[in-house]
Design a protein around this ligand. Sequence first.
Ligand SMILES: Cc1cc2nc3c(=O)[nH]c(=O)nc-3n(C[C@H](O)[C@H](O)[C@H](O)COP(=O)(O)OP(=O)(O)OC[C@H]3O[C@@H](n4cnc5c(N)ncnc54)[C@H](O)[C@@H]3O)c2cc1C
Length: 481
Amino acid sequence: MGIRTPEEYKESLRDGRRVYIRGEKVEDITKHPILGITCDTIAGGYELTASEKPEIRDLFVAPHPETGEPINRLFVTPHTTEDLKNRTKMIQTSIKLIGSLPFGKDIGTDCLNAAFVVAGQMGKKEYQENARNFLEHLRKNDLHTCGAVTCVKGDRSKEPAQQKHPDYYLHVVDKNRDGIVVKGAKIHITSAPAANEIIVVPTRQMRENEADYALSFAIPANTEGVTFICRGGRGAWSDHEFHADRPVRELTEAMIVFDNVFVPWERVFMCGEWQFSMLLAYTFATFHRFTAISYKVPAVEVMAGCGVAMAKFNGLDKVGHIRDKLADIAAYVETLRALTNAAAQDPVMYGDIAVPNPLIANMAKLHFASKYHAFIELIQDISGGIVATSPDKKDWENPDIHDYLEHYLGGSAKYSTLDRLKMIHETMRHICSHESAFHEVTTVHAEGSMAAQKMMVLAESPLKQYEEMAMIAAGITPMKS
Ligand SMILES: Cc1cc2nc3c(=O)[nH]c(=O)nc-3n(C[C@H](O)[C@H](O)[C@H](O)COP(=O)(O)OP(=O)(O)OC[C@H]3O[C@@H](n4cnc5c(N)ncnc54)[C@H](O)[C@@H]3O)c2cc1C
């Protein structure tokens, strides 16, 4: 098959999977008012690979490295800087073309690429072969994946083995000749209800007495014992919103419950090798933070654009303190872009696999997350209180009050009141809405908390080298000849 159509992808989701949202079981997620949006958003990715335009198709479709058959380029294991840059380009181009990232194949391959690296380090041929066969399965059937890493974790101060019950972290409860049985739950998993395959990676380092928790595998979404419990989403545009003539794009997160789920051995990439759980979690995080920073760039570009536009609509774009804020906005975005490019430019090689530079990828994610709220504050400041209190589209359309809005809500005479209102509403979505609050939390937590990034920055930075230089500068140790 190699490349599926959007319709083939949607059809594949009607497979008996167990999905709940807002307390109700959903029989066909493609037709659900919230989950259908997730399916459409992901289907957008299949529109790109099926595109007739060569410049789009050539970016999103690559020849299979051995057979030359067309496959989704995200299924190309990165061996070079060029391969990593192509991942960034695909992510950023899909956001521009379909209005969102069809998130899933990226995180899924972040998990699988990490599993390849770690299987190589373990020297376990069977895991390497399992990962290779699974990748071929994804390539051949053009499957959508999700990456299930975050366990529910219970009491955060306690390790998996010390928790009040053993299921706060996903673990093995039984093994036999054919496979393993697993129990536990993964949480916040983006696009999970609309994935074909779930790829599991350990959420953290495991110790010797936690070998049952050192676990990585892949299973189809309709496997018996798997249940998805989804967050409620925003749904379609409401009549009250000014919006562009394009569909809402959204990806639903879910908690995935694994209730004594059987996993055949040929789908297992780690089972019990606790010494390598840290390397797997760490390598996944590096790949995935690189994915994250790639898709954050276009997200913050649009938000920065709202700041620039609101300054103009309000007639303030030449004012000193506003220009100062625009400089800070631009510096935030461009630092993120520069770090994203640098992480691809300077990869670390594990055998023939190119891993994005771990220090730079983590610095980039930390930069994005730690300064995001200040970035939003700048846009809020420039925009004025109207982004909190604006009348809506229904008011604009009501002839009783329309003329008041037209008369009083204009800004700079260069722009119409309607355009100002449209920009206010776009800005509102990014900085003063339920959606923007969701993104503020997502910024802090998704792809790991800031403490996790700082841990990796400390582990990867040449602290010893800094110290040696200071010791020489202070005359405590002699200068090296
Ligand atoms: C919108 C969204 C999408 C996501 N998508 C995915 C996905 O697709 N796949 C996936 O696997 N995950 C996903 N995540 C999960 C994300 O990686 C986690 O939210 C993140 O790792 C933090 O974990 P947590 O939410 O359990 O918070 P917690 O771990 O509870 O963290 C809360 C705070 O406690 C601190 N903390 C936690 N444990 C300790 C400890 N032992 N010692 C000291 N401090 C501690 C943290 O640093 C943080 O400051 C997503 C999250 C969001 C919000």
